[in-house]
Design a protein around this ligand. Structure first.
Ligand SMILES: Nc1ncnc2c1ncn2[C@@H]1O[C@H](COP(=O)(O)OP(=O)(O)OP(=O)(O)O)[C@@H](O)[C@H]1O
Length: 573
């Protein structure tokens, strides 16, 4: 097809125009720069060197595309930004005569302000705040699948799960380092931002640049898996060049998999046959339970692809205490004038509020210990930790008990504490109480004495809220399980009345949303109050030892009902 003459002219003009623009751009970059730099040499030199570490990172990202220590970069971003900022801030201060800020001084300043999670990050497996058994499990898997790997073994897959900040990634990285294993990590690609002009360019019919540079995350992920299997990672400074043992680590799954998990399953099925390198997924539990894990890695897929699963627990309060104590003591020795040392009870409260997340605990500790914020009761020097030893044993135990029972007390920097459903149910059904003397609280008049109970140690409404579950659903679980915790038939009758009343309130569509919180109160408080066998701190009868809790039969019945209804409808059609 021949173009009309005017169009040919136009295209030639366009080429000439772009050529001229390009020439102008090159001229400005090459010839104009010396002028600028010569006028303000110091301005030009300083920022270039300050940004050096960040610049090198960027160039590595561009070339290695999601491979290598990318997560390290991501997780350490704040600290690096901090570290590049501090020396600059120092320079802003006018220097007094004789005061010299050499490299040592700025290093001191840096280490004083460095986040403690980075400063005290573990270097060996013995420094990990993770249960030994879990470390052993991961180590055994790595030995079997990476170190003693057979040449023609397919792609083995490991799934590591657990709550956020319990040390999953750190454990894996430390063990890999100790055994000389390379970690190639997938990081979700960030597409370059589109500018207004880019869109104009794309939709301009006369423009020759009409390609839409887009690749879905899933395509890039598949390519990454293929490449990571085929090629070695780029060698970074300090990397061990001798090892050919590798693992692929995926912590940040492409978002599309959450909408379409079948694609992930297809990739996994293929990878198990074609992959040549062990693949490890790290998935953090979400607040509402392990939904992500069930969605992305259902039991059938785990069995089909022989995926091993190692589940981490939250860091235990005792282990957490040990590490926080060590950190705060070291900081107090080094930098005592700038921090307030918390006492033992405050530390226990902090551990409790962080739900087993050591990262959050250390951050909260650093924030709240700084003299500027000073959350802790002020005590002189480091002695506060020691002075606590002076407390009598019984007094301390009482304090600890209160800390552990009173879920409503939010710790400093505390997280939104979520309760595992069955733990929340247990809190209602076991209904622990504290005895009160008459001074503490007035008693009911004698004619109401049968309703007299000791004070509850939990707030039922808060327990339901922390279970992250709709009140009606929680009531269902309560309904299914309360019988095992009762002894007297009269108590059962009263409890069932409360549950039925709550049911009636939540059954009316018009007022359901308004009365939702009242139905929860009626059901939970009703069940707790009805159980006279557990009405007082000194008589916690009715249950001995552990009682298994069950899923409501209602689910099964409703499923059956739906099935029957659909069958009846089918027979009509
Ligand atoms: N003794 C310790 N044990 C484990 N981690 C520690 C310890 N001291 C400090 N840390 C820091 O706590 C953080 C733990 O985070 P990590 O990424 O390992 O948790 P995670 O379980 O993978 O959670 P997420 O999925 O949210 O990343 C790291 O920054 C680590 O440096």
């Amino acid at each position: 097809m021949q173009l009309p003459e005017s169009e040919v002219y136009f295209n030639v003009l366009q080429v000439v125009y772009y050529g001229w623009e390009l020439l102008k751009f090159i001229m400005s970059k090459t010839f104009l720069r010396p002028k600028v730099s010569s006028t303000k040499v110091t301005d030009w030199v300083d920022p270039s060197f300050d940004d050096f570490s960040e610049n090198t990172d960027i160039s590595i990202t561009a070339t290695s595309l999601h491979v290598n220590n990318a997560s390290h970069r991501r997780k350490n971003v704040p600290s690096r930004l901090e570290s590049s900022r501090f020396p600059a801030r120092k320079r802003e201060k006018p220097l007094s005569s004789g005061q010299i800020y050499g490299p040592e001084n700025s290093k001191d300043y840096l280490s004083e302000n460095e986040p403690w999670v980075d400063k005290y990050k573990p270097e060996t497996q013995h420094e990990l705040a993770v249960h030994k058994k879990k470390i052993e499990e991961v180590e055994t898997w790595l030995k079997a699948q990476v170190l003693e790997r057979q040449p023609k073994q397919g792609g083995s897959v490991l799934l590591i799960t657990g709550p956020p900040g319990c040390g999953k990634t750190t454990t894996l990285k430390i063990l890999s380092k100790e055994h000389g294993i390379q970690v190639q990590e997938w990081i979700n690609p960030i597409l370059p931002d589109f500018q207004k002009d880019d869109f104009k360019e794309i939709f301009n019919s006369e423009s020759s640049f009409q390609a839409f540079p887009y690749q879905s995350q899933i395509t890039v992920f598949k390519e990454f898996l293929l490449r990571a299997t085929k090629y070695n990672k780029l060698q970074m400074l300090g990397d061990d060049l001798r090892t050919d043992k590798r693992i692929i680590l995926v912590e940040d799954l492409p978002n599309q998999f959450y909408r379409d998990s079948h694609t992930l399953h297809e990739i996994l099925r293929k990878y198990v046959h074609t992959g040549r390198c062990p693949l490890i997924f790290i998935i953090s539990d979400s607040l509402g339970g392990d939904n992500n894990q069930r969605l992305l890695f259902p039991k059938e897929i785990q069995e089909e692809c022989a995926i091993s699963n190692i589940s981490f627990n939250p860091v235990a309060p005792t282990i957490m205490m040990k590490f926080l104590n060590r950190i705060v003591t070291m900081e107090a020795n080094k930098n005592g004038r700038n921090i307030t040392v918390p006492d033992k009870t405050s530390l226990e409260l902090l551990c409790q509020g962080c739900s087993g997340d050591i990262r959050s605990a250390i951050n909260s500790l650093q924030f709240s210990s700084s003299k500027e914020n000073s959350f802790w009761p002020r005590k002189k020097g480091t002695s506060s930790l020691k002075s606590d030893a002076a407390l009598s044993k019984s007094k301390r135990r009482k304090k600890t008990d209160r800390v552990f029972e009173n879920q409503e007390v939010q710790a400093i920097g505390g997280k939104d504490v979520s309760l595992f459903l069955f733990r929340a149910l247990g809190k209602i059904l076991y209904c622990k109480r504290a005895s009160l003397t008459e001074l503490d609280s007035p008693r009911l008049p004698s004619h109401l004495s049968e309703y007299e109970r000791d004070t509850l140690l939990v707030q039922p409404e808060e327990v339901v809220e922390m279970s992250h579950m709709p009140g009606e659903l929680f009531n269902l679980y309560l309904h299914q399980n309360y019988l095992d915790f009762f002894v007297e038939v009269d108590d059962v009758m009263r409890a069932s009345e409360f549950l039925s009343f709550a049911d009636i309130l939540s059954g009316d569509w018009n007022i359901r949303s308004l009365l939702r919180q009242y139905t929860t109160s009626i059901a939970t408080r009703g069940v707790m109050h009805s159980n006279t066998a557990r009405g007082f701190a000194h008589c916690q009868g009715g249950v001995s030892g552990f009682r298994p809790l069950h899923k409501p039969q209602w689910f099964f019945i409703s499923k059956k009902l739906k099935f029957l209804l659909s069958k009846i409808l089918e027979s009509f059609l």
